[in-house]
Each structure stands twice: as structure tokens, then as C-alpha cells.
Design a protein around this ligand. Structure first.
Ligand code: ZN
Ligand code: ZN
Ligand code: FE
Length: 765
């Protein structure tokens, strides 16, 4: 007779871990107990040595589907001659310290889905059906350990039948914390805006919603991480109305389709894309369009953001449609609504009805967005629901590290907390310039600190003095002088995010092509070649030649301003280029030209994002944009994957550490005069950038002997540029590293910041 105590760490709660332990113990005729603790799962097990070995092997080889074991510690203790195996109440045996990983939300499982549509099941059509293998997790958790009373389910007292399932170890709902049914659980209500008059409840509310959607109504639907705004995507009138009400003229909308077959009808779906669509994370996947649903869904875009339903409520709604438009339930730039009253107040001008429910959303979480590249590489565009709060593992160190809080950038903000050698990037926070987003940000940091049971000692922030994330860091420092703050340059952080993902300790050549980032010289960077070393510092080696950005921030929307700025460096007259029907007012044009000449209100920028804007303007693709990166997206779409390696390119010059693209702009103007197609110009432009990357990386390799290249920054969301650059570099025997777990846009900045601080700390010790 032997007895062992076993501690299992990782994602081991809310994933059916204890029932599995229980079953394995019974099958090996072992005694003892299992319980959840703030550290993970704690087991004491007693029996024959061989049986215990079998038990451990089973647990390691066949842990529950959604679990992820990071560590198992086994220790021999004296036997207690127990005669049964039991599941004990949760304990907190570590005085608040924990290494527990909280499970992200998991899409409805096949078993629950079957029950949902089974007339004889007691949960037939119940919109909150779930079990230990599926359902909300992160979004309903208030505190750990993961117990019902510490979740949004606290309000609902289980009925006898649910309680029985909850207590029966062989049941699929054994200790399923969000377990509920028609009798005891949350329920839906359809409410009319703006007077909050209840139209109907329960299954009737869902039927009514379907009926109204059919009639072209716009309806807010409360989901797992927040509200969606929903309408029939095949109804042009409804979509047009929504675009108008949401003041969103061009930005693509995501859609939800009932099954893979329907998605395949409208989009090309590879095996890998299919697997991601069906994965328990259920992100929005950007897919190549096959059959147009409506030009209004994603205008000027060859891709469509599609997802499968991930909650029972979605299944009940979408099964009656081919395609539902599902966009985040927020006003422009504001965070996604997650509270009933707030949603009704905020979205009344947009939505006709609200399908709400009474299970609170404790952690707001937007849908995640991913894309699969030509080379099957995964590109994360937004890492949120389904992925957060999964950690990214950093290298292990022999001493314990203080907790780092990386406050992120400003647009598409995320923050990142570390615990030991694990980094936890937060869900998508949005644009911190919006007051509500900033409030959400501050709240979310407190919530995450509590869930991880950490108190940050090191605060990392962007160099930009005006970012709200920077101000937040400084505020923390003022309130506690024991904290250390570390500023990290924006593009250094972009490259560091790649190093963190790949655990790179050596030097790398970093190519940061980006929209905007504050440089160490106070100018706006974004076309940078850096040498980033393993010690948390960097050196700027080459950059795109500075150009005037007339009007500063205004030029990011009115992209003709930067077009004019680049043109003014050539001998081409803008009037010639844009033709007779002036695309922008001539008087405005001459004012801006003077601004450029006299360098008034013209910050300098080396941003490649702005170069994309300039090119879109010069070839008159568009002169203003209505959503971020629109110019880059539309230029990329002109090529639409039809690029070839041997495509022509434009000339450019290298002058000391500057890349001057004046000759490229002149070349484009010449092409325009020769009536070269915009598609071809765009291909040549992309090719030029890829060649610049190759040539400079070769130069740097010669100088430094570094063979690793890390590509990051928002511009690399552009698949054509990314894939072209990767191919050229690989052909030249470079080892190329890119982001695949966090976005290459500013959503990945916080992980990079955390990595830089991590490197500084581990190198000074
Ligand atoms: Zn289930
Ligand atoms: Zn019940
Ligand atoms: Fe950036």
C-alpha cells in the first residue's frame, strides 16, 4: 500500500479534470481524493504501486480534451488506509499564490448540441445548455478556484435534476459550474428599444427574433463575451440601414453561418481553415470569397470574415438562415457592450430589438480574428475570446521573477501580465483614446491581477508620452514609488513580440513595418530595420527616409495629404497625376503644398503604413479612408494572391541609413502616364518593399553575421507583402520569424514590452 500526493498545474479547472481523475482512480481501484485548489488540482491517491503508475500514465496520456497540464508534482506520503475515492470541496492551500490557468470560453460540444435539438431531452432548445466539456469560462469567472459561487452562475440555484447531475461523478455535467436548465438557469428576453418593453421570453423570444431578422430588423443579441449586432446578411436593405446607423461606410462586417457546408458555398475553405473554424475557440476566420453574399458586407475586399455558431443561442438563431451578419455590439471606437441596460442605452439608435439574458458577463471579450496564409501559417489579427487567458510560455529561469505589467500601445490595445515564466496577454481592449475603453482597460487590469493573484512590480510602457497606456503607467508609479517603470520603443516591442513567441535569446535583425510609433528622436517611425539583442536593447540601422506628414493625425484619414507629400519630392505635378477631375479640392491642395514647403505642422515620418496611404492616393485608388489600414487592404486586394516572384519592381536609393523611395514614386507616375493597370502598379510596389527588405537584411547580415530575421508591425497583416518577403528571405537562407500567437499589429505590443522587460531583468541578475 502506497500513498502519493499529486499537484497538477496548468489549465485543469473548468475542463472536467476532477471527474476524469475520479474515473481513472476507480478503474485502477485506488483510494483517496481529488480537489480544486488555487494552484490547480490536488490529488492524494493510495493503492498498489503498479496501479498508481497506471493511473498517472493515463492522466498524462489522456487528460480531458480541453485541459493542458503544465506540471505534475508527485510526492510520497504515509498511507492512511482510506477505503473510498472522493471529490473534495475546493481549498485554497497556498495563501493566495497560484499557478492555475483559467480556461478560455469553449464553444458548445457535440453532445450538448445533440441534446439541444433532441425533442426528448429536458434541455430541448435551451439556449444555455453546457457541460464540463463546453460553455463559458473566462467570461463568467470572478475569482478562483473555479467554483459556481465565484462565477456569474452564483445567482442561479440549481434545480433537483441539475443538482443530481452536478453530483454524479459518471455524469457529463459532474461539477459543470455553469450547469443549468429551463427550470433553474438563465433565460432570454426580447426587448423593444428604446422603452425596454418586453415582447416575449424563452423560446418565444428566440422565435420572434428569427421572425424579426427575416423582416430585416436589426437586433442586438447578448452573447458570451458581449453583445453582437445582428441582421440578415442577405438582406441588402437591412445591411445598408446598419451601415448608415453605425456610421460605418466601408469596414467589413463579420458573418455567422450555420455550418461548414454553407461557409463552403460562399468561401474557399482549406482543411486547416476548416479545422480552425470548427475548433473550440471558434474565431472569425478571414476566408477568400467564392460567391458574393452582398457587396455591402465587405466592400472592395476579396475576403470575408466568417465564423460558426459557438453558443447554443447562436445555433437556435442561425439555423434558420444562410448567413447572419454578426458585428460587435458597440458604438464606433467604444468597447463592446456587455451589460443589458448599457446595451439598450448605447445601441438604441442602431438596433430595433434586444435579445438579452440574465447571466452576467464578468469579463468582456470580443470575437477573435485569424487568417491562414498561403503557407498555412496562422496569422492572428485579434486575440480575444477562445484564446484569452491562455498564457504564452517564456523561458524558465532559476530565480523567481517579479511580476511585469506591460501596458501596451493605444489603438487595438492589449495589456500583458506575467506570472513566473508565463505571459498573459489580455483580451482586445480597443482604442484607449475612447473614455469607455480606457475605463474598461483599467478595470480589466485589476480583474486580471486578481485572477492571476499577482501584484506587478515592473510597469512597462510605450515611449509615446501621450498614450493613455503611458499615462496609466506613470500614474501607477506616482501612487507607488516602489514600482519600476520601463519605457520601450514601439517597434522594438513589435520585434520583441516575435522573439517572445519563438523564445529567441540571441540577436535578430528586426524589420518593423508599421503605421505609427513614437521614435527615440521624437519622429514618427514605422519603416525600421533594427538589431534587437537578447539583453533587451536595440539599435536602429536603416529606416525609410523621413517625409513630411502634413496636418499630422489628419493625414491618416485624408490620405491625399501624404500622397501630395511624396509627390512633392518628385518632379511630377499632382494635377498631372490625378487628372482633370480633381480628386481633392485645388485650394486645399495648394494650402497643404505650402505647409509641406514651409514645413509647418508637418511632423516627420518614416512609416511604411503612410507610404501605403500615399501610393493608394497617387494611383487614385482612394483619397480618404474610413477605417484603419483601408488603403493597405485595398492595395493588397488589387493583387489578390496572383503575384509572382518575378514580378517587376521599382527603383529606390539607399543613402547612408535612409531608404529613399523618390524614384519609386516617379516610376509610378510614369506607369500611370503609360496607363499601366493599378493591379500591376500595386504588384510592383509590393515587390519593391519585399526587395528592400531582402537587400537590407543581406547588408546587415554581412555586417553583423546575424542570420535571423523577425518581421512584425501592422503592415505585415498584408499577406502579399508578408509572404513575398518571407519567400525572398528564405531563398537567401535567412531564418525568418513571424508572429503566429499574437497579432503583428499593436495587439501584440504588450507581449513584446513584457519580453523586453523580462530580458532586462534576467540579464542584469
Ligand atoms: Zn457540452
Ligand atoms: Zn435545472
Ligand atoms: Fe505598431
Amino acid at each position: 500500500m502506497k500513498r502519493y500526493k499529486i499537484t497538477v498545474s496548468g489549465r485543469v479547472q473548468g475542463v472536467g479534470f476532477r471527474p476524469t481523475v475520479y474515473r481513472y482512480a476507480l478503474s485502477e481501484k485506488l483510494f483517496g481524493f481529488v480537489s480544486n485548489t488555487a494552484e490547480g488540482v490536488f490529488i492524494e491517491i493510495e493503492g498498489a504501486e503498479k496501479s498508481i503508475k497506471n493511473f498517472l500514465r493515463k492522466l498524462k496520456l489522456h487528460p480531458p480534451q480541453q485541459s493542458k497540464i503544465t506540471k505534475i508534482v508527485v510526492k510520497k506520503i504515509p498511507p492512511e488506509f482510506e477505503k473510498k475515492f472522493s471529490i473534495k470541496k475546493s481549498t485554497n492551500r497556498n495563501g493566495g499564490k497560484t499557478s492555475l490557468n483559467i480556461s478560455p470560453d469553449i464553444s458548445i460540444c457535440d453532445d450538448c448540441l445533440k441534446e439541444l435539438f433532441d425533442k426528448n431531452d429536458r434541455r430541448y432548445l435551451y439556449p444555455f445548455i453546457n457541460c464540463t466539456n463546453c460553455g463559458p469560462r473566462f467570461t463568467i469567472i470572478k475569482d478562483i478556484p473555479y467554483d459556481r459561487k465565484k462565477t456569474a452562475m452564483k445567482e442561479f440555484k440549481m434545480c433537483g435534476s441539475c443538482q443530481k447531475e452536478y453530483e454524479t461523478p459518471s455524469d457529463r455535467r459532474f461539477h459543470a459550474q455553469p450547469d443549468a436548465c429551463w427550470y433553474c438557469g438563465p433565460d432570454v428576453k426580447l426587448v423593444r428599444s428604446p422603452k425596454s418593453k418586453v415582447r416575449s421570453k424563452g423560446i418565444k423570444a428566440i422565435q420572434k427574433t428569427v421572425e424579426f431578422l427575416r423582416k430585416g430588423k436589426i437586433i442586438a443579441v447578448k452573447g458570451i463575451g458581449g453583445f453582437h449586432i445582428c441582421c440578415d446578411a442577405t438582406n441588402d436593405k437591412a445591411v445598408k440601414k446598419l451601415r448608415h446607423r453605425k456610421n460605418r461606410p466601408d469596414k467589413p462586417f463579420a458573418v455567422m453561418m450555420p455550418n461548414i457546408e454553407t461557409i463552403k458555398k460562399y468561401c474557399y475553405v482549406s482543411e486547416k481553415e476548416k479545422n480552425i473554424l470548427l475548433s473550440p475557440e471558434r474565431p472569425i476566420v478571414l476566408l477568400k470569397k467564392r460567391l458574393q453574399i452582398s457587396e455591402l458586407i465587405a466592400p472592395n475586399n476579396n475576403y470575408l470574415g466568417a465564423m460558426l455558431p459557438y453558443t447554443p443561442l447562436h445555433y437556435l438563431l442561425v439555423q434558420k438562415f444562410d448567413v447572419l451578419l454578426m458585428t460587435s455590439g458597440n458604438k464606433q471606437d467604444e468597447p463592446i457592450c456587455c451589460d443589458n441596460d448599457d446595451a439598450i442605452k448605447e445601441l438604441s439608435g442602431i438596433c430595433d430589438y434586444f435579445l438579452i439574458h440574465n447571466r452576467d458577463i464578468l469579463n468582456r471579450c470580443d470575437d477573435s480574428i485569424v487568417q491562414v496564409g498561403n503557407k498555412k501559417n496562422l496569422k492572428v489579427i485579434r486575440r480575444s475570446r477562445g484564446y484569452v487567458p491562455n498564457p504564452i510560455t517564456l523561458p524558465t529561469f532559476h530565480f523567481s521573477l517579479p511580476t511585469i505589467l506591460a501596458t501596451g500601445a493605444e489603438l487595438k490595445n492589449t495589456f500583458c501580465l506575467t506570472r513566473g515564466n508565463e505571459a498573459y496577454p489580455s483580451q482586445y481592449m480597443g482604442d484607449l483614446k475612447d473614455a469607455k475603453s480606457y475605463e474598461f482597460y483599467r478595470e480589466a487590469i485589476e480583474k486580471m491581477k486578481n485572477l492571476l493573484k499577482v501584484a506587478p512590480k515592473i510597469i512597462v510602457h510605450d515611449l509615446h508620452p501621450d498614450y493613455f497606456s503611458t499615462q496609466y503607467a506613470k500614474e501607477l508609479r506616482t501612487s507607488d514609488f516602489g514600482l519600476r517603470t520601463i519605457p520601450v520603443q514601439h517597434h522594438h516591442a513589435h520585434i520583441a513580440s516575435v522573439c517572445a513567441e519563438h523564445k529567441i535569446n540571441s540577436k535578430v535583425i528586426g524589420v518593423a513595418f508599421d503605421g505609427t510609433g513614437y521614435g527615440t528622436d521624437g519622429h514618427i517611425w514605422g519603416g525600421e530595420f533594427l538589431i534587437v539583442n537578447g539583453a533587451g536593447t536595440f539599435e536602429r540601422k536603416f529606416h525609410l527616409k523621413y517625409v513630411e506628414l502634413p496636418g499630422g493625425d489628419r493625414a491618416t484619414d485624408e490620405i491625399w495629404r501624404i500622397g501630395l507629400s511624396y509627390l512633392s519630392r518628385t518632379s511630377a505635378r499632382p494635377e498631372q497625376v490625378f487628372g482633370s477631375e480633381q480628386v481633392f479640392a485645388p485650394n486645399k491642395c495648394s494650402v497643404v503644398k505650402k505647409m509641406i514647403e514651409k514645413k509647418v505642422n508637418c511632423p516627420l515620418t518614416s512609416s511604411v503604413g503612410r507610404l501605403f496611404d500615399a501610393v493608394a492616393s497617387i494611383i487614385n485608388l482612394r483619397q480618404e479612408i474610413t477605417y484603419e489600414a483601408q488603403a493597405s487592404v485595398e492595395l493588397e486586394q488589387l493583387i489578390d494572391g496572383r503575384w509572382k516572384m518575378e514580378d517587376e519592381s521599382y527603383e529606390y536609393e539607399l543613402v547612408k541609413d535612409e531608404i529613399d523611395v523618390k524614384k519609386m514614386i516617379s516610376g509610378m507616375v510614369g506607369d500611370l502616364k503609360r496607363k499601366t493597370s493599378k493591379n500591376k502598379i500595386s504588384a510592383k510596389f509590393h515587390n519593391t518593399l519585399a526587395k528592400i527588405i531582402l537587400v537590407i537584411c543581406k547588408k546587415l547580415k554581412k555586417e553583423t553575421k546575424i542570420n535571423k530575421v523577425a518581421l512584425s508591425g501592422g503592415v505585415f497583416q498584408n499577406s502579399v507583402l508578408l509572404e513575398k518577403s518571407v519567400e525572398l528571405l528564405k531563398n537567401a537562407d535567412f531564418e525568418v520569424l513571424t508572429n503566429s500567437q499574437v497579432p503583428s499589429n499593436d495587439g501584440g505590443i504588450s507581449l513584446g514590452q513584457a519580453w523586453v522587460a523580462f530580458k532586462l531583468l534576467t540579464n542584469t541578475k
